[in-house]
Design a protein around this ligand. Structure first.
Ligand code: ATP
Ligand code: MG
Length: 478
């Protein structure tokens, strides 16, 4: 047995592979493990938890027989329309499908499906590195079936379609996103003819549902260097169709010798910086969108040069429209991204001025739970190549961080709850829910944030009595 064979044997050393192979033998059908599992194993030599089996026969029947013979007889979920079946077993997601041949019509992603051979099944797969199969039948156990040179493309770090890329992408344009997603996740290059084909066919992305596109976008953002995928999305023309707010940031304009930076490439650097610091998907979205308000707010002023006044506010409004268009959640994650975009310049503004306690208290109060995320966004935003400026920004940033720590410890303003509650106000003045309560609470909050009174009950109570008097309210005797 040669070296490669031994190595493949190791990929299928988990007992499940032999069990599935034995059942397939008993049913007299060919069976293979295929696709992502084979790729990831060969790449990282660890066991991915989702495993795709393909059989030249019925995937559902094989899955049912396999489940019967597994410990605890796990449940089989079947999807008759696709001829697939799923078993969750021993921390693994096992998916079974019958080998099939697919043919496509121009206006739909939904192919006409017929039973086929292993070769037909490999032909319908998206990339050479995803089309490898390992046989599980006893007499061929461990044999790698690699008709398109997947192993050599893995070694060359190359994404390439098995058949003519124009046909592969036209059949299912989602594959264009997948090509770019794999390039970003694996740090691979897309083979030139494949890349050129994506450029030619980028308009076809319009027939793909937003939900599936977002799955791929998220995977790009969660990769180690999202700029690889984002850059490819832009170069192929896909990004302009999906997130034109970002491509609008590209370019440098010069008037009277004054230039501004290219905010698109700056944004990609910020996303990469963020990816080094946090694996939180929504922080990465915030990094991606933090400057989108700059395109619509860009102005040239003779005295001060380029300005982007209010871009944070405009940008945060754009976040909502963008999420809605991409059919993404409009719940808490979107609101968090909006807030981070809106506040994205606040810590920097503070660092540039003499840092007052009250400005720091307001920042802590407004950011609330998102303070750490906001600070991470701000360090990620430092992309200047000028070492002196970089030093200065980093130093200022450290000063703000120190200051936040100091103020937080002393004043406890995060997730601020006013020391005097609405109920106490109502009880003290014997009034029902009313405008006055809001006014009093706001006055107390302002006084605390401004540092006029400490964040304590005694002081707040005293100020409440005083402010209430100004509103014509008198405490009732208790
Ligand atoms: P990951 O699980 O990391 O997303 P994967 O390659 O396993 O990567 P899956 O979506 O799980 O991707 O798909 C499993 C296999 O099915 C792929 O390896 C590929 O062979 C095939 N496949 C998936 N989606 C497509 C598609 N749109 N077109 C062609 N083949 C596909
Ligand atoms: Mg998979």
């Amino acid at each position: 047995m040669n070296q490669k064979h031994l190595h493949i044997r190791e990929a299928i050393s988990h007992p499940i592979f032999k069990q599935v192979g034995d059942i397939a033998d008993a049913l007299s059908v060919e069976c293979y493990v295929v696709g992502g599992f084979v790729r990831d194993y060969l790449l990282r030599r660890s066991l991915p938890s989702d495993i795709d089996f393909v059989t030249v026969g019925s995937g559902i029947q094989l899955a049912k027989e396999v489940a019967k013979n597994l410990k605890g007889e796990p449940k089989v979920s079947t999807f008759k329309t696709y001829g697939t079946a799923m078993i969750k077993y021993d921390g693994l997601d096992l998916e079974f499908v019958g080998a099939r041949k697919e043919s496509y019509q121009r206006n739909s992603r939904n192919p006409i499906v017929e039973d086929g051979s292993l070769e037909d099944d490999q032909n319908r797969r998206d990339f050479t590195i995803n089309a490898m199969a390992i046989c599980l039948n006893k007499d061929r156990f461990g044999e790698l079936v690699d008709p398109f040179g997947g192993v050599s493309d893995l070694n060359a770090k190359c994404i390439r379609t098995p058949l003519d890329p124009d046909i592969t992408f036209s059949d299912d344009p989602l594959r264009m996103m997948r090509a770019i997603r794999f390039a970003s996740q694996l740090n691979f290059e897309i083979d030139l003819p494949t890349l050129e084909s994506i450029k030619r066919q980028c308009e076809r992305i319009d027939i793909i549902t937003k939900e599936r596109i977002v799955v791929e976008l998220n995977k790009i953002l969660l990769s180690d260097r999202p700029s690889i995928g984002l850059g490819l999305l832009k170069d192929t023309g896909l990004l302009k169709r999906l997130i034109p707010e970002l491509t609008a940031l590209e370019g440098i304009e010069e008037i009277e010798g004054k230039k501004h930076k290219d905010n698109f490439w700056h944004t990609l650097e910020v996303v990469d910086n963020m990816a080094q610091l946090s694996s939180d998907l929504w922080l990465r979205w915030a990094a991606l969108l933090h400057d989108i308000g700059k395109a619509p707010t860009k102005r040239f002023d003779k005295k001060i040069g380029w300005t982007f006044h209010g871009h944070e506010f405009v940008g945060s409004k754009m976040v909502y429209r963008l999420f809605r268009r991409l059919k993404m959640t409009l719940g808490d994650p979107m609101k968090r991204v909006q807030k981070l975009v809106l506040m994205s310049s606040r810590p920097i503004v503070i660092s540039e001025d003499y840092v007052t306690d009250s400005a720091v208290r307001r920042l802590i109060f407004d950011a609330g739970e998102d303070l750490e995320g906001l600070m991470t966004l701000c360090v990620s935003d430092i992309t200047t190549k000028n070492p002196r400026k970089q030093d200065r920004y980093k130093r200022n940033f450290e000063i703000v961080k120190e200051k936040i720590k100091e103020v937080e410890e002393r004043d406890r303003v995060r997730n601020f709850q006013p020391p005097v509650s609405g109920e106490l106000i109502m009880k003290t003045f014997d009034i029902g829910p009313s405008r006055e309560i809001g006014l009093l609470k706001e006055a107390l909050k302002e006084a605390i944030l401004e540092g006029e009174i400490p964040n304590e009950f005694e002081a707040a109570y005293k100020l409440m009595i005083k402010k209430a008097e100004e509103l014509g309210l008198k405490p009732v005797k208790q």
